[in-house]
Design a protein around this ligand. Sequence first.
Ligand code: FES
Length: 124
Amino acid sequence: MTEPATWTVELRVPDEADLDAAGESRTLEVREDQSILAAARSAGIWLSADCQQGWCITCAAKLLEGEVDHSNAKRYYPSDDEAGFVLTCVGQPRSDLVLEVEQYDELLRHRAEHDKPPGRSKLG
Ligand code: FES
């Protein structure tokens, strides 16, 4: 049996994020069969999440470098992929990654602009 590949994932946490690591970046190892969210939480980085099924977009991040597999997401659109959004609760690394985390508002706006759910209903 071959061991699952492991990738190096850098998480950049925005200054305004409500996390201990705000304004910092953290690097962790994530197996190809593991979600980025699960690996981050195991490493003590409590990223925001809710449904953990790739549906609600609470866990959104922006991909700055690398490739992420979203085959386990319940709702993920080609337009999300083209714009570089990642759902960390289901996203699994397929290369080393650099991500900007805590991007819920940004993905919410992006979805609304592309007429995708949850649409404009949740925009303030
Ligand atoms: S926590 Fe709901 S989509 Fe990731």
